[in-house]
Design a protein around this ligand. Structure first.
Ligand code: BG6
Length: 283
């Protein structure tokens, strides 16, 4: 995915000029590309709809103020289907690192679903082989609010059969496919070979996604204040059922999503919650 594929007014491009870049779409502040030395690390479905209404299928959509089905509004909340504002356009520092900031505030539409005033500040800092994404949720209301949130990252892999996720051993997970609760993960290296939808609780701060063959990728995800990790892949049947998901795309992606989803956050009036994920390419 290249900046030229999208109308210039819809995107924010962080470019170090050395093959390390990040591309954001203002619809949902969805990160749709992160390249390290010209290798794309994010999956974006070729059938994703870009109508500024539907959530983008791929990259890193943001779930807020709710992860999963939501009685008050759309699944995964509204942040991924709202147009965000560029607060700080891409700005390079003396080392060539690039920062950009996007924001989202409540409006009539969000208050009709969820009657709270809030401000989200999403800051991205791109370095060589590294991207830090920080989300700060501000309660700008005069009452407390509660939310869950998650960064729904679709990692690109060259072969799902040769992909592992490390760091989840010993954790309890909810299996959203079988309904299993508090199942214990016994594997050092988690592999995905079916319709997979698991919420791992109280994960360590670091998980590593490794995949091959060419291009091999090894990406460390380091999280802060995102204690849960969701691993998702729709596999063949469910991929075909989704109109915006490439039929064969499930072979080239795995979602590893850091979030605060098992226990909601309560924010008192005027307070804030900061959470972040840092991707580092280890190769
Ligand atoms: C995952 C959820 O995070 O997102 C799954 O655990 C869900 O249950 C998936 O199917 C995709 O959701 P959506 O709304 O983007 O189709």
């Amino acid at each position: 995915q290249e900046p030229g594929d999208f109308p210039a007014g819809d995107i924010v491009f962080l470019d170090r000029g050395d093959g390390n870049s990040a591309l954001l779409h203002l619809h949902g502040a969805t990160l749709i590309s992160w390249k390290c030395h010209s290798v794309e690390n994010l999956f974006l479905s070729s059938t994703s709809v870009f109508d500024n209404k539907k959530a983008i299928r791929g990259g890193v959509p943001i779930a807020f103020p709710n992860f999963g089905p939501w009685p008050l509004g759309p699944q995964h909340g509204f942040a991924r289907i709202k147009r965000w504002t560029v607060a700080v356009p891409p700005t390079k520092d003396a080392h060539g690192d690039v920062l950009a900031v996007l924001t989202l505030e409540d409006d009539e539409e969000t208050r009709a679903m969820w009657d709270y005033k809030f401000k989200l500040v999403y800051t991205l800092v791109l370095s060589e082989k590294k991207l830090v994404s920080t989300l700060v949720i501000h309660n700008t209301d005069t009452k407390s609010l509660g939310f869950t949130t998650l960064l729904h990252t679709y990692f690109r892999v060259s072969d799902i059969d040769k992909t592992t996720v490390e760091g989840l051993k010993g954790l309890k997970y909810i299996d959203k496919i079988t309904g299993g609760k508090d199942v214990i993960e016994t594997r050092d290296l988690v592999t995905v070979d079916r319709n997979y939808d698991r919420v791992y609780k109280d994960a360590p701060q670091i998980v590593v996604i490794s995949s091959g063959p060419e291009p091999s990728r090894k990406i460390e995800v380091k999280s802060f204040n995102f204690p849960d990790v969701v691993v998702w892949n729709p596999w063949d049947v469910k991929a075909k059922e989704m109109g915006d998901f490439d039929d064969e795309g499930y072979k080239e992606m795995v979602c590893v999503e850091v979030g605060k989803v098992v226990t909601p956050v309560t924010l008192t009036a005027g307070s804030q919650y900061e959470c972040s994920q840092t991707f580092t390419s280890m190769l």
